[in-house]
Design a protein around this ligand. Structure first.
Ligand code: GLN
Length: 313
């Protein structure tokens, strides 16, 4: 099957925006000081089809830092390099059942990062970026994220500086993982690269295109570039299904029925394999750090567009 016709998609996106625009539930993240200043009322929705059609409503062109949504795409880049089995062994694909920044999860699992969608696994994935020095590892990641988006992405310096000054917890996670030997590079430079990747600016439209690339067997539907293999997309979507919304991933699958990935700045990407992806931006978060309006819009659109993977018809 494919997406409904263009007019139907356009009107359902507008309806989703209208339905949830006035919803003020949730709180903007403030543990990274630069995120606290976001306009909480912003709300953008975008859908990109594997045929290259992009539809948007609301604040879909507003830039914000990608944060944890980078984890999905960096995982794909690293899986492309290391392969299916090594990634499962060295990073893992299970859910921790604990918050995204849990240190306890590492200890409970004897040093396993558990999944690249939580900080421990994401920092471990970033540690395997190729290149000797920080700059070449960073270039690999920024270039890869940009190829998923189909445009040259740039870092938000204010967010990068703010997070660098407040990321003691991530440095602790990296140090702990490194002490278990579960790491590809030195912990401090790896956290620096990870902090940069989280500070890259995107829009809801970018997220839709990035997600649609995973829906399209790794081919960017705008540029036609093959970014990763189709098998890497399968691996990535499986890891997302398990932990893309952290300890709320079961609730998310139960309601939306597709792999998704959230970030604390309020972005969310939802992928419909073979069809396309939805990107959204709405900064107010639930207690697990997932955008409230993004989840509601995804729920509505999953039903209205017939995207739930568990539905037989
Ligand atoms: N950069 C953030 C962190 O490491 C990302 C967290 C998130 O988006 N959930 O804490």
């Amino acid at each position: 099957g494919s997406l409904p016709d263009r007019e139907r998609v356009r009107s359902l996106l507008a309806e989703a925006h209208e339905r949830y625009n006035d919803d003020v539930s949730g709180e903007v993240a403030d543990y990274i000081p630069a995120l606290a200043g976001a306009d909480p009322d912003l709300f953008g929705l975008s859908l990109a089809g594997v045929d290259g059609g992009v539809f948007s409503s609301g604040d879909a062109q507003v830039e914000f830092s990608i944060q944890s949504i980078s984890k999905a795409f960096v995982f794909a880049l690293i899986d492309q390099l290391l392969g299916h089995d090594t990634v499962r062994r060295n990073i893992g694909v299970n859910n921790t059942g604990l918050p995204f920044n849990s240190v306890m999860a590492i200890e409970l699992n004897h040093g396993s990062p558990m999944n690249a969608m939580v900080n421990a696994g994401a920092i471990a994935a970033t540690s395997f970026a190729p290149g000797g020095d920080v700059e070449s590892r960073w270039e690999f990641i920024l270039d890869g994220l940009s190829r998923f988006a189909g445009r040259e992405l740039v870092i938000d310096d204010e967010v990068y500086r703010s997070e660098s000054a407040s990321n003691g917890r991530n440095r602790a996670i990296a140090g702990l993982l490194h002490s278990y030997g579960a790491f590809g590079a030195d912990p401090d430079s790896t956290v620096d690269v990870y902090t940069r990747q989280c500070s890259v600016n995107v829009t809801a439209e970018d997220l839709a295109v990035m997600g649609a690339t995973l829906a399209d067997g790794g081919v960017n539907p705008l540029t036609g570039e093959k970014v990763v293999d189709a098998s890497v997309c399968r691996d990535t979507l499986a890891a997302l299904a398990a932990a893309g919304l952290y300890e709320r991933s079961g609730d998310w699958l139960y309601e939306i029925g597709m792999p998704g990935k959230s970030g604390v700045s309020g972005g969310l990407v939802t992928i419909s394999p073979g069809k396309g992806a939805l990107g959204s931006y709405a900064p107010r978060l639930d207690p697990a750090g997932n955008s409230v309006r993004g989840q509601r819009a995804a729920h509505f659109l999953s039903g209205a567009l017939g995207l739930n993977l568990f539905a037989s018809h």
